[in-house]
Design a protein around this ligand. Structure first.
Ligand code: E4P
Length: 217
């Protein structure tokens, strides 16, 4: 399963990309709005760092505007993926942009029916938001199971990109269900590394080693 970082913060992306386990980046207007500087230049820097798919989202809500902004996003770098919302105009824009050979990520997906539309429109990625579903007392991971089943039934090529991940269990469950990608904020990726027994075990190994060296000296 691929792991994307869900942020527009260049420093966080540099830090995690240096470890070598990051396959791509997702951004959205809220995330990019938090960062200083020009968003196009920031997206270009992100592409140079990760050299994998980087989603940049349109803010137009009409078909013509989405196509115009989508074309502009695609000129930033060959790694750019055009992100469009799951609306009628968004699905129409997805179909048109995918038809021109662009990679499209359909975002703000909250139902299996919506995910079916994204696949039919030729999306490269579909982004169901599991955390935001959990927030309204609906099991977000159940939606992932439904989408994976439907896509498998018809061999849709669209990759299931689990978005709005809030904790490591979302990621582990997504991997067990066969989702293609998880995108997570840097804090959640950090949590994946942590286990108290690793820290305790490492501390003991190092202490034992030091003791043995002292005896030999
Ligand atoms: C996905 O591409 C979105 O940027 C994202 O995962 C939204 O997550 P949130 O619900 O934590 O804002």
């Amino acid at each position: 399963m691929k792991l994307f970082i869900d942020t527009g913060n260049i420093k966080d992306i540099e830090t995690l990309a240096a470890i070598g386990i990051i396959d791509g980046v997702t951004t959205n207007p809220s995330l990019l709005a938090k960062e200083p500087g020009d968003y196009r230049q920031n997206l270009k820097k992100i592409c140079d760092i990760v050299k994998g798919p980087v989603s940049g989202e349109v803010v137009a809500t009409d078909f013509a505007g989405m196509i115009r902004e989508g074309h502009d996003i695609a000129t930033i770098d060959p790694h750019m993926v055009i992100k469009v919302p799951l609306t009628r105009d968004g699905i129409r824009a997805c179909k048109a942009l995918a038809g021109e050979g662009h990679k499209v990520n359909v975002t703000l997906v909250f139902s299996a029916a919506q995910a079916l539309l994204a696949a039919k429109a030729g999306a490269t990625f579909v982004s169901p938001f599991v955390g935001r579903l959990d927030d309204v007392a609906t099991n977000g991971m159940e939606l992932i199971r439904e989408i994976v089943d439907i896509y498998d039934n018809y061999e849709f090529k669209t990759e299931v990109l689990v978005a709005s991940c809030r904790h490591p269990i979302h990621i582990v469950e997504a991997a067990r269900m066969g989702a293609d990608v998880c995108t997570c904020p840097p804090s959640v990726i950090d949590q994946l590394f942590n286990h108290p027994l690793t820290n305790i075990g490492l501390e003991k190994f190092l202490k034992d080693w030091e003791k043995a060296q002292a005896v030999k000296a």
